[in-house]
Design a protein around this ligand. Structure first.
Ligand code: TXA
Ligand code: MG
Length: 354
């Protein structure tokens, strides 16, 4: 891959000149990271194959995992789609700008084939972050942007996280401070009048149900793994390892008191083997743990705070060189569903319910 010796850093509050410079880099085929309301994205002109290939190279992302295209307005999204149903239109009108990504039939030639990884669909969203919106407007093109982490690593929620993974690999990063939601957008596909959640995120099933209205089914990701696979639109990214810290992670769920005890037991066992072990805890239990590091994700009943803090916490586990992490589960309500989805993936299947 191309090594870019100097990745430009535009600090918070850099103003129009920085946005213009970043937009210019995108227009001339470069790759620039920028904040969205969910996580930082790695943007390039979605119409230019060589620019899109640079995103895949910088991330070391498998070529069969398609990218989300970011646009400034609903009309720009319609220009990318071959057709849009009334239900899809309703979802776009209700949640954009915001953390909802829709998988739509792609209009031939609207984006480079690399963006869709050869599928006949394209994932589109209108982000709700002032810097992202200014950048996209200035660039004047659809911006393909996956999360700005190296493949497999936790998504970046600050510009420093982006630089950790991308310094020397991209043209620049616009720093807009920490992102608000902290987990990626909800990816949905509508098929036969059913809204399928392909990846849970900032917009939860209840919100989708409310918008979709009476008689529309919202199928939750993973709710029924034996779903007739044929009737379900697919999201290729879901099969890859994601969000993983370097240390092995165990996720414990269940009754809070038993969970606390089990987490401590596992920590003790792993430390006895000579390993450096950390805990991802809620505020209520944090002081009671004895471990090499205790990182709290906030009050147990505030999943939005845990969502905002999770990816930074996973990166902190790496920075502290933990060999093992034992994490408490959080209630699966609202954004708690997306939070637990990411925690399960980070744990790579090492789950325990007590
Ligand atoms: O919040 C977000 O969505 C962030 C910010 C930067 O916008 N972006 C993001 O992109 O999370 P990425 O590439 O890390 O995740 C995109 C997900 C992947 O799981 C991918 O497989 C899925 O969307 N996807 C993209 N295009 C698709 C398509 N045509 N059909 C089904 N799934 C698709
Ligand atoms: Mg990602």
């Amino acid at each position: 891959m191309t090594v870019i010796p100097k990745t430009k850093y535009w600090p918070p509050g850099s103003g129009d000149a920085a946005v213009a410079e970043a937009a210019e880099a995108i227009v001339s085929g470069g790759v620039v990271a920028f904040p969205t309301e969910t996580v930082y994205g790695l943007g390039a002109d979605a119409r230019r194959p060589e620019a899109v290939r640079r995103i895949f190279a910088a991330k070391e992302r498998p070529a069969d995992n398609p990218l989300i295209v970011h646009v400034g307005r609903l009309e720009d999204a319609l220009a990318l789609a071959r057709e849009v149903s009334p239900l899809e239109m309703r979802l776009m009108e209700s949640f954009w700008p915001g953390p909802l990504t829709l998988v739509l039939p792609v209009r031939p030639g609207a984006v480079a084939p690399e963006v869709t990884a050869g599928l006949d669909t394209v994932a589109v969203r209108v982000p709700d972050h002032p810097l992202a919106r200014r950048l996209i407007a200035k660039a004047g093109c659809p911006v393909a942007a996956p999360s700005a982490n190296r493949s497999g690593r936790p998504s970046p929620t600050t510009a420093m996280h982006v630089l950790e993974d991308m310094h020397g690999r991209i043209d620049g990063v616009l720093d807009g401070g920490p992102t608000g939601i902290g987990l990626e957008s909800t990816v949905v596909g509508v098929k036969d009048g059913v809204v399928h959640i392909l990846r849970p995120g900032g917009i939860d099933a209840e919100m989708l149900k409310e918008c979709a209205g009476e008689g529309v089914e919202v199928a939750e990701a993973g709710a029924n793994p034996s779903d007739a696979e044929a009737s379900k639109p697919r999201s290729p990214g879901v099969k890859y390892v994601h969000y993983a810290p370097r240390g092995e992670m165990t996720l414990v769920t269940g009754d809070p008191a038993r969970m606390r005890q089990t987490v401590q037991d596992i920590v003790n066992r792993k430390r006895a083997e000579g390993r450096k072990v950390g805990v991802l805890s809620c505020d209520e239990h944090a002081a009671s743990y004895e471990a090499d590091a205790v990182i709290s994700l906030g009050p147990r009943d505030v999943p939005a705070e845990a969502a905002r803090k999770l990816f930074a916490a996973l990166r902190e586990c790496d920075a502290r060189e933990l060999d093992a992490i034992v994490a408490e589960g959080f209630p699966e309500r609202g954004i708690g569903v997306a939070l637990m989805n990411r925690m399960r993936k980070a744990a790579r299947g090492d789950l325990l319910t007590v």
